[in-house]
Design a protein around this ligand. Structure first.
Ligand SMILES: N[C@@H](CCC(=O)N[C@@H](CS)C(=O)NCC(=O)O)C(=O)O
Length: 233
C-alpha cells in the first residue's frame, strides 16, 4: 500500500496544500491502493516539504517526482496526448505553479483578514503558547519569499491582470472539452484544478477569488475535476 504523507485538509479541500491535492489526484488516477498519512510539520522530510510518497522503504518527495515514480510503475497520466500536447501540458503546469499558486499563497497569508482564517485552519494543532510567535515568524518568511519572487511587489491590479492572462490561457484550452486535454483528466488537470479550487475556496472575498468565481466555465471545470479525481475523504 502506498502512503501519501500530506498536510491535512482545510477550506473544503482534502489537504490545504495544492501540491498534496495534486499528488492525491495522481494517486486516484493511477488506480493504485493508497492511504493518506497526515503530518503538520515537514521539517524531517527529505526536502522539508510535503507531499512525500512512501513506497515500501522509499520516500519520494515533490509532486512532480511522485508523478515520475508512478509513471515508472506503469501509469500513463497523459494517454493519447501528442508530443505537442505534452509540451503544452508542461507549460501550463509551470504557468500555474509559478503564477496562480503564488497568488493563492499571497491571498492566504498576506491579506490580513484572510490570514486570520488561514492561521486558524493551518495551525490550530500547534500548542497555544508557541502558536503566536511561530506563526508570526512563518508569515514574515512567506512575505519575504513573496517579495523575492515578485508577487508581493505588484499592486492588486497588476496581480489580477497577470492572473487574467493565466485564466485566459486555461479557458482557451477548455473551450470545447471538459478537461484540459480532452474527455479525461490528465496530469495537467491534477496540477492545475486544485490551485483554482483553493483560490475559489479562499475564506474571504479577495480580488482573485471573485475574479475566478465570475469566470465563465472555470468554476464548473474545477467541479468536474473534483468529481473525477479527488479522493472521497
Ligand atoms: N515542488 C514541490 C512543492 C511542495 C511545496 O511547496 N509544499 C509546501 C506546501 S504547499 C510545503 O511543504 N512547505 C513547507 C511548509 O509548509 O512547512 C512539489 O511539487 O511537491
Amino acid at each position: 500500500m502506498l502512503t501519501l504523507l500530506t498536510f491535512p485538509g482545510s477550506f473544503n479541500a482534502p489537504s490545504h496544500s495544492p501540491y498534496c491535492v495534486k499528488a492525491m489526484c495522481l494517486l486516484q488516477m493511477s488506480g493504485f491502493d493508497w492511504q493518506p498519512g497526515y503530518l503538520h510539520d515537514p521539517r524531517k522530510m527529505p526536502l522539508s516539504r510535503l507531499p512525500v510518497l512512501r513506497d515500501a522503504e522509499q520516500l519520494v518527495p515533490d509532486s512532480a517526482h511522485i508523478q515520475t515514480h508512478l509513471e515508472r510503475k506503469g501509469v500513463d497520466f497523459d494517454t493519447g496526448l501528442s508530443t505537442e500536447q505534452k509540451a503544452h501540458s508542461h507549460a501550463l503546469i509551470q504557468m500555474c505553479e509559478t503564477g496562480l499558486y503564488n497568488i493563492l499563497v499571497h491571498d492566504r497569508w498576506l491579506i490580513d483578514e484572510s490570514w486570520t482564517h488561514t492561521r486558524a485552519a493551518f495551525f490550530s494543532g500547534i500548542p497555544f503558547l508557541i502558536r503566536g510567535p511561530l506563526t508570526r515568524k512563518l508569515r514574515k518568511s512567506v512575505h519575504s519569499k513573496m517579495i523575492a519572487q515578485g508577487t508581493a511587489q505588484f499592486s492588486e491590479e497588476e496581480r489580477l491582470a497577470r492572473m487574467t492572462r493565466d485564466l485566459d490561457a486555461l479557458s482557451v484550452q477548455l473551450v470545447d472539452q471538459p478537461f484540459l486535454f480532452g474527455t479525461h483528466p490528465t496530469a495537467a488537470d491534477a496540477a492545475i484544478a486544485p490551485v483554482l479550487d483553493m483560490i475559489l475556496n479562499l475564506p474571504v472575498a479577495t480580488g482573485a477569488r471573485e475574479l475566478l468565481k465570475g469566470w465563465d466555465g472555470l468554476p464548473e471545470y474545477v467541479a468536474r475535476l473534483r468529481a473525477a479525481a479527488y479522493p472521497a475523504f
